[in-house]
Write a protein of this length. Structure first.
Length: 275
């Protein structure tokens, strides 16, 4: 989870352009391009995110305003059919984390279910962090149950797994766009996790600085920083705050530079398809 805006480390003196070239030189930043087809993935993701049982639990988690992270696993009874029809989730218990961490369990068996995602609270209002993304590939690498599964089950995991972060103002969902790119980034991350996360925090801090974008929210700044590092590997979606019985309508987030200035915008698939 990204820290609150007041606790960002200050690297403003080097300026935004210097920061961009510094990150590029370190090999930690990707050229920003429009995702290949975020709208196709959104159709899969929206079915899951609008499951009323999951939304009800998420709405409950948002009431737990004690400054720590709370979360819940998405454990399927069985893998569903085409287009994610017949999604049945095992009854999940909301689990308490700590101030900036929520440790998820992972299952991939008929008894405990098939963990295809998780929803947890970021009390600091930040979007997903690199840690929230890399857990998706860490599970794939570490789970013996998943590793020995038939290919179609592994493919289902890769196509559908997600991390959902909820705040008092927004719902964020991360899905993997390119597993090869994520593996490359994961190798870099594991060489020096502290340095990798420092780059992420630096990018967020610079984006929201007085000199660059003083009115940026924590969610906006952290979204920009995440996409600067992982745009080739992931798609990041955003919707309003979760409310029971209210459909979640998602957009995908783009980050880049507009006339040399860093910017973040959310794009509707309906508008994109019309264009």
């Amino acid at each position: 989870m990204i820290p609150s805006k007041n606790t960002y480390p200050k690297f403003i003196a080097i300026g935004w352009i210097s920061m961009f070239f510094y990150l590029s030189a370190q090999g930690q930043i990707n050229e920003v391009k429009r995702p290949t087809d975020p709208c196709k993935q959104m159709k899969i993701m929206s079915v899951v995110q609008n499951n009323e049982a999951l939304k009800s639990i998420a709405a409950h988690i948002l009431t737990l305003q004690d400054g720590i992270e709370w979360g819940v696993n998405h454990n399927l009874d069985a893998l569903p059919g085409k287009d994610n029809t017949n999604l049945n989730y095992k009854q999940a218990k909301v689990k308490q984390g700590i101030t900036d961490t929520w440790d998820a369990d992972f299952y991939w068996n008929p008894k405990d279910g098939y963990t295809i995602g998780r929803t947890y609270l970021h009390p600091g209002e930040g979007a997903p962090s690199p840690d929230d993304v890399f857990i998706l590939i860490d599970q794939l690498n570490r789970s013996l149950d998943l590793a020995k599964s038939p290919k179609h089950m592994i493919d289902y995991y890769k196509s559908n797994v997600s991390t959902t972060v909820i705040t008092q103002h927004a719902t964020y969902v991360v899905m993997v766009r390119d597993w090869d790119e994520l593996e490359k980034a994961f190798l870099t991350y594991n060489k020096d996790r502290k340095a990798y996360l420092d780059l992420y925090r630096q990018a967020a801090s610079t984006y929201s600085s007085e000199e660059v974008n003083p009115h940026a929210s924590i969610g906006e700044a952290s979204s920009f920083a995440l996409l600067m590092l992982l745009n080739k590997a992931i798609v990041l979606y955003i919707a309003p705050r979760v409310q029971s019985n209210v459909p979640l309508e998602f957009k995908f987030i783009e980050a880049g530079f507009d006339r040399g200035e860093p910017s973040v915008r959310s794009v509707s698939c309906w508008i994109r398809q019309r264009n």
